[in-house]
Design a protein. Structure first.
Length: 92
């Protein structure tokens, strides 16, 4: 589920920047992007919690270290991409 949420977060962030560059201010896309970023983090945390409850240490030790760094990078990228649209004046 978190992969699905992250794909939507990236797509809406890019759509937000594209629409802003074309002169159409669209704060809804920014809201959706940041919302799906938050949902991605929550879904990943839930998956990790489920693995702990089920004592699936293999999945936890394989996925968590790698995805922890990836989630940090994707979250920071989402914030930066959305800030471009936030601080840029529409149509310029």
């Amino acid at each position: 589920m978190w992969l699905f949420f992250s794909a939507i977060a990236i797509a809406t962030a890019l759509l937000n920047v594209i629409r802003t560059v074309k002169g159409r201010e669209n704060r809804r896309m920014m809201f959706l992007s940041l919302s799906f970023t938050a949902l991605t983090l929550c879904a990943f945390y839930s998956a990790g919690a489920r693995w702990v409850i089920n004592e699936d240490w293999g999945s936890l030790s394989d996925v968590t270290p790698v995805m922890s760094g990836a989630l940090w990078i994707c979250t920071i990228a989402s914030i930066l991409i959305n800030s471009v649209a936030l601080f840029q004046k529409p149509g310029k």
